[in-house]
Design a protein around this ligand. Structure first.
Ligand SMILES: *[C@@H]1O[C@H](CO)[C@@H](O)[C@H](O)[C@H]1NC(C)=O
Ligand SMILES: *[C@@H]1O[C@H](CO)[C@@H](O)[C@H](O)[C@H]1NC(C)=O
Ligand SMILES: *[C@@H]1O[C@H](CO)[C@@H](O)[C@H](O)[C@H]1NC(C)=O
Ligand SMILES: *[C@@H]1O[C@H](CO)[C@@H](O)[C@H](O)[C@H]1NC(C)=O
Length: 278
């Protein structure tokens, strides 16, 4: 009898040990997963905090309009209260859009914005940004649907790479100092509804956009943009003009050479005549 019960209790203890160890393991695993989840969440949010910190350090802010951007707070979503910043959720440091129009900011395009990896809207219009746009713009802001850089002093070409920001439906580049041609690749932007490059120094043919809402005003006041919806490109007729001018020049040159040769010959024959007579 005692033997049996001893045997049973032995079994029981063993059973409890197995259950216990499994329980401990499960709790351990649960904690690990939970920590991992929390960790990735915090890391993701930390990237967005770093993004805004870098942004602030990369731009000049002569009017101190970014003074509400104070870092080092522990509260969830504290960056969502920064002026110009909108988050996906108010209690999560994950930036949805940045709108800083007319803040008097200066400097080059702030590359640090790449760390705001979920950014879908960027508006830094009516500031004093200058210099060329980065040629890898699509790597910096791959998901933006609205991009407004209008009324700044950006220079250089419009990067071909913009055509790879697939979800763009609004691209405002007017009133800058962009030069060169419009990349033909821009027609790849199938969702583009709003677009303007008015008041720049662009030239060359306008690509055929799908959207009908993009009209001649959106291309106005450039150095030499042509083609629909503006006037036809003059390259063909300009080519004819060049050929006609060249032919004309050739004719004149031949005529002049002819006269000179004629004079030369006649002077020779006159000389000969005089020589013979004398
Ligand atoms: C841009 O900078 C110039 C001086 O370089 C200044 O006069 C002008 O007010 C600035 N524009 C804005 C919108 O801050
Ligand atoms: C984009 O190019 C700049 C140099 O123009 C470089 O510093 C930056 O790391 C590049 N960014 C990405 C996301 O490739
Ligand atoms: C755009 O993306 C396509 C496909 O990923 C790639 O082949 C092309 O080189 C990219 N163009 C630019 C200008 O980055
Ligand atoms: C083009 O320039 C003229 C003269 O500066 C201005 O009145 C007009 O508003 C400009 N057009 C656009 C579309 O900005």
């Amino acid at each position: 009898m005692w033997f049996e019960s001893l045997h049973q209790s032995h079994h029981f203890i063993r059973y409890m040990m197995v259950v216990g160890s499994r329980l401990v393991f499960a709790i351990f695993l649960g904690n690990c997963l939970c920590l991992l989840l929390l960790r990735t969440l915090i890391d993701a949010n930390q990237a967005d905090v770093d993004c805004l910190r870098t942004f602030k350090s990369q731009v000049e802010d002569p009017n101190s309009y970014l003074s509400s951007w104070v870092f080092g707070n522990e509260a969830y979503g504290y960056i969502c209260k920064f002026s110009g910043v909108t988050c996906w959720h108010d209690d999560e440091n994950r930036v949805l859009s940045i709108k800083l129009s007319g803040y008097g900011l200066r400097g080059v395009f702030p590359l640090g914005i790449k760390q705001c990896s979920d950014l879908v809207g960027l508006d830094i219009s009516r500031n004093n940004f200058s210099g060329p746009l980065p040629s890898n713009l699509t790597d910096v802001i791959p998901l933006v649907t609205t991009l407004d850089l209008s009324f700044n002093s950006f220079t250089g070409g419009i990067p071909v790479n913009i055509a790879n920001i697939t979800f763009l439906n609004s691209l405002m580049l007017q009133n800058n100092q962009f030069t060169g041609q419009l990349p033909p690749e821009l027609v790849k932007l199938g969702r583009l509804k709003t677009f303007s490059v008015a008041n720049n120094r662009l030239s060359g043919p306008i690509p055929t956009f799908k959207s009908t809402s993009i009209n001649s005003e959106n291309f106005a006041n450039n150095t030499g943009l042509c083609g629909k919806p503006l006037d036809e490109c003059k390259t063909a007729s300009r080519g004819k003009v060049v050929i006609i001018a060249a032919l004309g020049g050739f004719t004149v040159a031949a005529f002049v050479v002819g006269i000179i040769l004629g004079l030369f010959c006649s002077s020779i024959s006159v000389e000969r005549l005089l020589f013979k007579r004398s």
